[in-house]
Design a protein around this ligand. Structure first.
Ligand code: 3HC
Length: 668
């Protein structure tokens, strides 16, 4: 309930203020945009509790957040500084120990340390818009203010393990069901309900979460599921260990262990890397696109080509709330395109990712036509046809005849030069690249290519559209392969040279998987199929300089009819879908070594990783010097989100900067 004009507002700190009404102190935490729990919030809450304890006319405390969020967790920006008092565990301990009732009026999402604040309160009422999560593991951490001990006492061990071990977020209804909160109300009723509850609780014994007991449960399956997804990260297993302690150790002892673990992990390389990635994602695009430029209005997106890529892009555009007009060359292809897109939508509905209402709405927003003139209604057209200069140029020439002169034209090319396509368009300043990754409706990464003539408002509009498509848009300049494929080519080349020098595919893959990649390079190749890259190499053979180092091993595999998983043999042989080392591949590699007169040497996993990371970082440095990438962190984000680089290592540029700091003692 807002304070009336006569109410005296008390400022407890720069970020916490409140007023007393009917004997209750109602405080609001305010640290825009997400109420991250900063030193000022911790200090303000302590001051507010001083007041509750000091004045007998104040009978209880209600805590709410200003704006959309209750609190998005501890202020991550403070994690590189030494901890300062009052610490969050001190605040939560004091909330819980207060002799007068403390009610959390949870107006919106509450995460991490924010969630730990409400867990310490004596009663929790949430608005329907609230969400709950302890996402610390995603930052390489564990909850550090009592979350691992209080949550299992409210929800039981399994639910707590699941939330803390995965860092997932749950809705207010789910939180009510699992016991995390006591009540859910409509947003407009939140404060009135909180006041009524507080009045009823005055004079009663506060319900302290830590005084509840934890029942033992069989958590083996949940724990195994979490650990199987940890892939080299340390935080999930620490989270599981701490939550399990809630059932075996006295609360205060377990809290001390939680705090010590939190402080230790805060300094870990994993946590530093994940913090870097967190802020890198938020900064992406900020440097490259001018946020002061007015963007163009985009309500309708045209998609020329509704094959595998185009249909995935259409699904993203529909989810972003756009009208979508697909285009195909024949009625038959248009129908097939429409069916491909609606099949993807139906699948999302079946798996619960789309409501019935959203499914119907999105289908109503979709049409696919065999008449290119249908695209004249589009504000932005994304072409997603076969990646061939002639095919795409012909399409661009046709688009030029039907599109509005201010419509943005985007190409989804992976390797072609978009500037060569832009010549087909009468106003080339509206041409931009939008390089989606396959499957386009799942992969978060989008390379936004700032072409030679792209004007700032077209770039800014594309960045804004990417956000609505729920993509991580990374702006880059024009070069062969843009950021991702160019670095990937260098990395692939180096790995193949390593084969010539003495390593074997399974050794390289094992090193990469141990490092944290979801799949080794050669296993990925086999999954994707080898023949498209082979065809490209054959096309490039005529222009390749004879002086350029070249490894023929991949060509020899294809010549031997080994195209990957699809025909059961590639870099490996496959039996029942399982990859196995193939002695024929080893022989083939040894033959090449012999031909080139190379004396094989052995590689340790450490050497393999160091060599591959170095190549990636060198190519990244080159991209920065050429002005293709705006920042090292943009390069890292591309590799993490498009090429399976483990986020908890921060990316090749981060890793290179870290090792430089270690060797020189200076920050890069
Ligand atoms: N600390 C500091 N800044 C934060 C923050 C946090 N916990 N959470 C978000 N921000 C900042 C972002 O950096 C961004 O700043 P910018 O505008 O200068 O770029 C701004 O808030 C808005 O964030 P988003 O762009 O991410 O906004 P969204 O609306 O897309 O997402 C969110 C909001 C879901 C809250 C998302 O920001 C998020 O997931 N935040 C992190 C939540 C988290 O991990 N909390 C746990 C922290 S660790 C902890 O609490 C330890 C404790 O146990 C002791």
């Amino acid at each position: 309930m807002p304070a009336s004009s006569e109410t005296k507002i008390i400022h407890f700190s720069d970020a916490v203020s409140g007023f007393v009404d009917h004997g209750l102190l109602q405080v609001t935490i305010s640290n825009p945009p997400v109420n991250a729990i900063s030193a000022a919030i911790r200090e303000g809450l302590m001051q507010a509790m001083d007041m509750v304890e000091t004045y007998s006319v104040v009978h209880g405390l209600i805590i709410r957040g200003e704006g959309k969020f209750f609190a998005a967790g501890a202020d991550i920006r403070e994690f590189d500084l030494p901890p300062s008092e009052p610490t969050l565990p001190q605040v939560t301990a004091r909330i819980e120990a207060l002799a007068k009732p403390v009610i959390a009026a949870i107006n919106g999402p509450t995460l991490g340390g924010g969630c730990e604040v409400i867990l310490a309160c004596h009663y929790r009422i949430a608005s329907e818009t609230a969400k709950f999560g302890l996402p610390e593991v995603k930052l390489g951490l564990v909850p550090g203010a009592g979350g691992t001990q209080r949550l299992p006492r409210l929800t039981g061990l399994t639910a707590a393990l699941d939330m803390i071990g995965t860092g997932c977020t749950i809705s207010a209804q789910e939180a009510l069901k699992n016991g995390l909160i006591d009540e859910v109300v409509a947003p407009e009723n939140l404060m009135l309900t909180a006041q009524n509850v507080a009045k009823k609780l005055i004079g009663t014994q506060p319900r302290r979460t830590l005084e509840l007991s934890v029942k033992t449960e069989d958590t083996e399956q949940t724990a195994a599921k979490i650990l199987s997804k940890a892939r080299g990260r340390g935080a999930p297993s620490e989270a599981l260990r701490l939550v399990s302690l809630s059932a075996t150790l006295p609360a205060q002892q377990a809290l001390a262990e939680e705090r010590a673990t939190f402080l230790r992990l805060r300094e870990s390389e994993e946590a530093r890397a994940l913090r870097y990635v967190f802020f890198a994602e938020r900064d992406a695009g900020k440097q490259s696109a001018d946020s002061t430029v007015a963007t163009r209005k985009v309500t309708t997106i045209g998609i020329a080509g509704t094959g595998l890529m185009g249909s995935g892009i259409a699904v993203c555009a529909l989810a972003g709330g756009y009208q979508v007009i697909g285009y195909e060359q024949s009625e038959e292809a248009a129908l097939a395109g429409y069916q491909r897109i609606t099949a993807l939508l139906d699948k999302q509905f079946q798996t619960g990712r789309l409501s019935e209402q959203a499914l119907q709405q999105q289908k109503a927003n979709l049409s696919v036509s065999a008449d290119i003139a249908a695209l004249s209604a589009a504000d932005l057209v994304i072409e997603a046809v076969f990646d061939d200069l002639t095919v795409k140029s012909e399409l661009f020439a046709k688009l030029d005849k039907v599109l509005r002169p201010d419509a943005i034209v985007a190409t989804n090319t992976s390797y072609l030069n978009p500037d060569e396509l832009a010549v087909q368009i009468s106003h080339p300043s509206r041409v931009v690249g939008m390089h989606f990754f396959s499957p386009a409706h799942i992969m978060r990464l989008l390379e936004i290519v700032n072409c030679a003539q792209t004007v700032p408002d077209v770039l800014a509009t594309t960045v804004a559209v990417a956000k609505k498509l729920n993509k991580l848009g990374i702006v880059c300049g024009v070069c062969e392969g843009f950021i991702g494929n160019r670095i990937f080519s260098a990395y692939r080349r180096e790995a193949e040279f390593m084969l010539e020098q003495g390593a074997l595919p399974h050794e390289i893959d094992a090193a990469l998987e141990d490092y944290g990649f979801a799949m080794g390079l050669f296993a990925v190749y086999d999954m994707a199929g080898l023949e498209i890259a082979w065809a490209k190499r054959k096309r490039q053979a005529a222009t390749r300089s004879p002086d350029e180092p070249y490894s023929p091993i991949a060509d020899r595999l294809c010549e031997a009819g080994r195209f990957g998983q699809k025909n059961g043999k590639g870099w490996y042989q496959y039996q029942d879908g399982k990859r196995q080392i193939d002695p024929d591949v080893t022989t083939l590699i040894e033959t090449v070594r012999l031909e080139k007169n190379i004396q094989a040497r052995s590689f340790t996993s450490k050497q393999i990783i160091a060599q591959l990371l170095q190549v990636m970082a060198d190519e990244g440095t080159q991209l920065l010097q050429e002005g293709i990438a705006a920042s090292p962190s943009d390069i890292d984000l591309v590799l993490i989100n498009g090429y399976g680089f483990p986020a908890h290592k921060g990316g090749p540029m981060f890793t290179a900067a870290q090792s430089k700091t270690k060797t020189t003692g200076t920050s890069a």
